[in-house]
Design a protein around this ligand. Structure first.
Ligand SMILES: [Zn+2]
Ligand SMILES: [Zn+2]
Length: 345
């Protein structure tokens, strides 16, 4: 049994790709389209078998269409054959503990992603021209990025002392009245589907900026959705993030409780107790269109939320263009000054 998977057209046997506008699978050769149910029926038997062990040392896989060696590094889970462009899925990287629970399917097609990029880059004046070229724009790639979705219920208690001070004067003496109160607050908060980047490969900064995703679109994971996209395997486990997240939740919950106490001159929270209960982590894949480019040895990213179209990116600035712009401004300024100067004489 092959360790890679390719969903083939049920009519002509060419590779099938997921088609975002219809949320079905489409053949690029005979243009047949298939629903999830049709693919489930056709591939059901095969998928119930357990995949072979993944050999992480070798990372050698063969395309089922043309037999060429597939180029896939240690975390690539879905890719394309370099030679025949067939969409290919490395089955073992979606199995066992690496089987995602859910995913959000792509809503934007590559054409739509390109158009959004073109509009974005068009507004940027000082960008080197090669970033606006078709060759660059065509490189935009749909990637299923691994994420953890975090859920928990937080219960917090603060127990402390509040001090109220009032003072007045009768002309002769100054009186100060200090009252002490026990301050007790109990509160709870829900964290629901907080996304945490589970890949070291994709830049956290960009992933945060293209959030939020609409989780109503979450579907049960199926390898079929990977067909026609790249996918990454997670490289971050939850225990690595637990402490950091706990700290954040603690800080946030303490602040919420503190903010609920008012009317005192001084509040001394003697006891703060924050409990995280029912903590749950779900492994999911989220759709991103990504464009990377290298300029002067630095990697620049453009990332686009594959569901909502929210985009973020950074670009190198073209120095000669900037200088030209400055020179033009200077010339215009100079001309105006000269003109005004001329009028004054
Ligand atoms: Zn076909
Ligand atoms: Zn091939």
């Amino acid at each position: 049994m092959s360790s890679v998977k390719e969903y083939k057209c049920l009519s002509c046997k060419a590779g099938l790709e997921f088609h975002p506008p219809t949320q079905n699978w489409k053949c690029n050769y005979c243009f047949s389209e298939f629903t999830k149910e049709q693919l489930d029926d056709a591939y059901q038997q095969e998928e119930s078998k357990t995949p072979e062990e993944d050999n992480l040392e070798l990372d050698s896989y063969k395309c089922t269409s043309c037999g060429a060696e597939l180029i896939a590094d240690g975390t690539t889970s879905a890719t394309f054959c370099l030679y025949c462009k067939s969409p290919t899925i490395i089955k073992s990287r979606f199995s066992g503990k690496f089987k995602p629970k859910n995913l959000i399917p792509f809503r934007l097609t590559q054409e739509e992603a390109r158009d959004i990029y073109k509009e974005w880059i068009g507004k940027r004046r000082f960008v080197p021209d090669e970033f606006k070229g078709k060759r660059e724009i065509d490189k935009i790639t749909g990637i299923y990025a691994p994420f953890w979705l975090f859920d928990c219920h937080v219960e917090g208690v603060i127990d402390g002392e509040g001090t109220m001070v009032s003072s007045w004067s009768d002309g002769e003496y100054r009186y100060t009245n200090t009252k002490y109160y026990r301050v007790f607050r109990r509160g709870n908060a829900e964290y629901h589907k907080v996304p945490v980047d589970a890949s070291k490969k994709l830049d956290d900064k960009f992933m945060h900026l293209i959030e939020p995703y609409n989780y109503e679109d979450l579907k049960d994971f199926s390898m079929q959705y990977m067909s026609g996209f790249m996918a990454e395997k997670r490289t971050v486990e939850t225990d690595a993030m637990g402490e950091q997240l706990k700290e954040q939740v603690n800080k946030y919950a303490t602040r919420l409780l503190d903010d609920s106490v008012s009317g005192y001159n001084i509040v001394d929270s003697k006891n703060v107790d924050i409990d995280m209960l029912d903590t749950k982590w779900d492994y999911v894949l989220l759709p991103v269109w990504v464009l990377t480019y290298i300029s002067n040895g630095k990697i620049y990213y453009y990332a686009l939320n594959g569901q909502t179209g929210k985009a973020v990116g950074e670009l190198p600035v073209n120095k000669p263009k900037l200088i030209l712009f400055a020179v033009i401004i200077f010339l215009v300024f100079f001309l105006i000054v000269v003109l005004i100067g001329g009028l004054l004489i």
